[in-house]
Design a binder for this molecule. Structure first.
Ligand code: ADP
Ligand code: MG
Length: 252
């Protein structure tokens, strides 16, 4: 896939420094330190409730952190809404439930934000949308409605829709968890292709085949903290922590 912008190689894509987050009295993120380089692919795994979604949602401020600092492309995430808007343009997100607008066609789903937010001319936005729908292998679905597509196709639309905003970073939150097994591969293949083409990615997933194949580093989270960060070979073959080993024993 064409990645039009080449980010500054000297600035980390994402930098989280001592990030903490509470939901009321519940400590959801504990002293998270994480630097993601441009072009790097990170997979995050860990038990349900360990804070994986919360961590990535803090990166585009769908959740606000209460301690520490988060920088995206060198810009600090603060409560300044204009800055949040700027940062969100650079960060695409794909959710477990595709979150497509059901009353809009596939093409309309893909052109909405580029026209409204980036102020692209509708013709230009349509041609970009068709380009990315081709990249995710479903250009022929452009005029259908989400409800007429399979789950795997809808998730590929969600990926194309995010790419239409020309993001520098893509966040995936369990993108294949609600799919029927036979549709998982078609989504992972699109993600792997994006990874090969140099997109900076953080993927929360338990698809360990994908993690082994596509990740530069794998993060294991437990109880709101990062327990382990390793390269895939080490993560699977010689995890540093007992808790990682126990988790892998359960899911592999
Ligand atoms: P994961 O994605 O690893 O399953 P989450 O990041 O979704 O975990 O959640 C981490 C913890 O924070 C869970 O215990 C969850 O119940 C809690 N939590 C998440 N969102 C909220 C919220 N909006 N309000 C209160 N608690 C929340
Ligand atoms: Mg989650």
């Amino acid at each position: 896939m064409t990645i039009a912008r080449s980010p500054d190689p000297n600035v980390a894509a994402i930098e989280m420094v001592a990030v903490n987050k509470w939901f009321g009295a519940f400590h959801a993120l504990r002293d998270i330190d994480l630097t993601v380089a441009n072009g790097e692919k990170i997979v995050i795994c860990g038990p349900s409730g360990s804070g994986k979604s919360t961590l990535i949602r803090c990166v585009n401020r769908l959740e606000t952190h209460q301690g520490g600092k988060i920088f995206v492309e060198g810009k600090e995430l603060t409560s300044d809404l204009r800055r949040v808007e700027r940062i969100r343009r650079d960060v695409g997100m794909v959710f477990q439930h595709f979150n497509l607008f059901p009353h809009l066609t596939i093409l309309e789903n893909c052109v909405l934000a580029p026209v409204r937010v980036l102020k692209l001319a509708p013709e230009k936005a349509r041609s970009i949308a068709l380009h990315y729908l081709s990249k995710v292998h479903i250009p022929e679905q452009a005029d259908k409605y989400p409800g007429q597509l399979s789950g795997g196709q809808q998730q590929r639309v969600a990926i194309a829709r995010a790419l239409c905003m020309n993001p520098k970073i893509m966040l995936f939150d369990e993108p294949t968890s609600s799919l029927d097994p036979e549709m998982v591969k078609e989504v992972l293949d699109v993600m792997a292709e994006l990874a090969r083409e140099g997109m900076t990615m953080i993927c929360v997933t338990h698809e360990m085949g994908f993690a082994r194949r596509a990740a530069d580093r794998i993060i294991f989270m437990d109880a709101g903290a990062i327990v382990e960060v390793s390269r895939p070979a080490e993560f699977f073959d010689a995890p540093k922590h007992q808790r990682t080993r126990r988790f892998l024993d359960k899911i592999l």
